[in-house]
Write a protein that binds this ligand. Structure first.
Ligand SMILES: [Fe+2]
Length: 341
């Protein structure tokens, strides 16, 4: 049995988007994407334990159908979230154009960028009141980019590679837009991260070159050794006291109102007060540092801690990814937090 499918951290900054709320995006990521991921892993565990000779066909059919739906949902949600967001701390402007190679491909296959946009957004808006995905995909067989809708998570053009997907299930917009699906589509278009969509296109046509940095959360340590996944942390926290990581919860003062919970046993600190709390840390234990989404707050601190010789790692995806895998938390305790002086 292969390992569980791992959660993918947010690349977008949910609090710095253009007209899409943090509440909507985080709820969507944790509950719908995370829910599909947890379901997929549970189905895979069930399948791994099946006696294929003796299991009734209706049970095999049901599980294989659910596996396909959950797997499709996970992958399409990851393409959707990856396709959104600005650069660094800058919110999306809605003014960025596709990179040159993708622009040329869209012009070749649709006539112009505006013709592609008209078709793609009309197709997405036509799903209003229903459910599904609006997808831009590269088809090697057809030799072109195609816009296609997907009636459910398991519906695609065979062998075509999606490079952009818009979630048209009501959970993707109802919190912000009510039933106004068309307004949601327009706002998603104003949040597209064309650099990453262009990179997906280059990878789809087999022309990838140095795309990895585009898919690393902003501010996360580049060195893989300096990061720990939520799945790895979940296992490490089950170790005995000596090997169990020390948990540090770092939060900027301005972000405290966004927080309600924390990992059990973590101590919360202000990143700017590092010199005050660093000496309390043991040098003989691994240290896991997390922030809200695993961007520069934990990334910068981990870089500094490692320079000082501590075995520190930043939690990829932060507490948000922890929530998405269904990780347990306790109510927020700010008693160790340094107040601004
Ligand atoms: Fe969704």
């Amino acid at each position: 049995m292969s390992a569980n499918v791992a959660v993918r951290p947010f690349l977008l900054k949910p609090q710095w988007m253009n007209g899409l709320s943090e509440r909507l995006l985080v709820s969507h990521y944790v509950n719908n994407y995370g829910g599909a991921l947890r379901r997929l892993n549970a189905i895979r565990a069930r399948l791994a334990a099946l006696d294929w000779e003796r299991t009734p066909v209706f049970e095999i059919n049901g599980l294989k159908w659910e596996e396909l739906i959950a797997g499709g949902s996970v992958i399409l949600h990851e393409i959707y979230f990856d396709s959104l967001g600005g650069h660094g701390d800058d919110p999306p402007t809605g003014l960025i154009e596709p990179p040159t190679g993708l622009t040329q491909a869209l012009e070749r296959d649709f006539g112009s960028i505006s013709a592609w946009t008209a078709e793609f957004t009309a197709m997405a808006k036509a799903l209003a009141g229903g459910s599904g995905w609006a997808i831009l995909a590269w088809s090697e067989r057809l030799g072109r980019l195609v816009n296609h809708w997907a009636a459910d998570h398991a519906h695609n053009l065979p062998a075509a590679i999606p490079i952009l997907a818009i979630d048209m299930y009501e959970h993707a917009y109802h919190l912000d837009f009510g039933a106004k699906a068309a307004a949601y589509v327009d706002q998603v278009m104003a949040n597209l991260n064309w650099a990453r969509i262009g990179a997906r296109y280059r990878m789809a046509i087999g022309d990838e070159a140095g795309e990895d940095a585009l898919f690393l959360p902003f501010g996360a340590p580049v060195d893989e050794e300096a990061r720990i996944s939520v799945e790895e942390l979940s296992v490490a926290l089950k170790h005995d006291d000596e090997r169990r990581p020390i948990l540090l919860d770092l939060c900027q003062p301005r972000d405290l109102p966004r927080r309600t919970d924390m990992l059990a046993g973590a101590s919360m600190h202000a990143p700017a007060a590092l010199s005050q709390w660093v000496e309390e840390l043991p040098r003989d234990r691994p240290i896991a540092v997390y922030c809200i989404c695993g961007f520069q707050v934990s990334g910068t601190a981990v870089t500094e801690l490692r320079q000082r010789g501590y075995d520190a790692r930043a939690l990829a995806g932060g507490i948000t990814a922890w929530h998405a895998i269904g990780g347990a938390t306790v109510p927020l305790d700010t008693s160790t937090y340094e107040q601004a002086t």
